[in-house]
Write a protein that binds this ligand. Structure first.
Ligand code: EAX
Length: 326
């Protein structure tokens, strides 16, 4: 008798729990990998997105953030999405040209002179066409976010003109356009994953690197780099990406929650990026960096050949890569 009653009570309790709180029984865990340090704007953007997703799904969906390349490089993350071993990443376009060649177009130096111009293209027809081509490679592109305008740091000398770049060993992201650009400026580029960069600078494997101020500050490159030149030579877009396999397995309402939250995170993150540019130059100077503002015209002139280099043109068109299909 007693055990029968207990059984009924516990069954009722489980049913009640399922009605009140189905999330406890059907949780969607979304692991998200980034390569930058926890305080960087990417991770602020993802935490913002995680909060919205949690609220909108009544706790049914949870984004778990793994920053600082804990789960591997940006390239590893992209491959993880394709395999379905990782659900989500926020990555720069650095490694993406190896998967979707059309992305390389955004790796051209001095392509955008303002954020507004970049947003117009990325959030418009061209950006949409590129994101629409991602499912073919097993990835869903949710939104264009931002890394920002890249500036050059080094441990050797102040940079005021292209000639000051001569012979500098500079780490670049893994794409032929970055290599071609730095060669055109007279430097010796070395492609390397971001996670290895601080140590490479510290041990002087390379003299220089280039990144937006928000990355330079959050990764504490000021500890190992003395000079900062505000060249703004690349506008570096980034993307919020999820595994297509994972996305397809979600309910339509869950897909919508994720997509809407990504757009919200995009606007939030871009604002942080803009604010970082406004305040971090002074902060980095305070940390001991010598900041220069080179005249950009000679730099623009020096890299003009990158736009007409037949190999580069072919690569952007998709003819020079192994895996891409766009
Ligand atoms: O995406 O590799 C880089 O320099 C990137 O700017 C960084 O990982 C942020």
């Amino acid at each position: 008798r007693k055990s029968n009653k207990l059984w009924i009570i516990s069954a009722a309790a489980i049913i009640a729990a399922l009605i009140i709180c189905p999330a406890a029984f059907a949780k969607v865990v979304i692991k998200c990998a980034t390569s930058t340090q926890p305080s960087h704007i990417y991770n602020e953007g993802i935490r913002h997105m995680a909060k919205i997703v949690k609220e909108k799904s009544n706790g049914e969906m949870e984004i778990q953030l793994f920053p600082a390349a804990q789960l591997g490089s940006e390239r590893d993350a992209v491959e993880g999405l394709q395999l379905g071993t990782l659900e989500m990443t926020l990555t720069s376009t650095g490694p993406l040209g190896n998967f979707v060649p059309a992305i390389k177009v955004f790796n051209l130096p001095f392509l955008f002179t303002s954020r507004e111009a970049a947003y117009k293209v990325l959030d418009g027809k061209i950006g949409d066409q590129i994101t629409a081509s991602f499912p073919k490679i097993g990835i869903r592109a949710l939104a264009w976010v931002e890394n920002g305008f890249r500036n050059i740091t080094n441990s050797k000398r102040a940079i005021n003109k292209p000639a000051d770049m001569d012979g500098l060993k500079i780490r670049v992201m893994e794409d032929d356009l970055f290599i071609a650009t730095m060669k055109a400026l007279g430097a010796s580029p070395l492609p390397m994953a971001f996670g290895e960069l601080y140590t490479a600078l510290e041990q002087k494997t390379v003299d220089a690197q280039e990144n937006p101020l928000a990355v330079i500050e959050s990764s504490r490159f000021f500890e190992v780099q003395k000079y900062l030149a505000m060249t703004g030579h690349f506008y570096s877009p980034s993307m919020i990406l999820v595994s297509e396999k994972f996305f397809k397995g979600l309910k339509p309402e869950q897909q919508k929650i994720l997509q809407d939250a990504a757009f919200d995170a995009r606007d939030f993150e871009r604002k942080l990026s803009m604010e970082a540019d406004q305040k971090l130059e002074a902060e980095l100077a305070k940390q001991g960096m010598t900041v220069t503002h080179p005249d950009k015209a000679p730099f623009v002139k020096a890299v003009a050949g990158v736009y007409t280099n037949p190999k580069i043109v072919k690569a952007i068109g998709g003819g020079d890569t192994k895996k891409g299909e766009a």
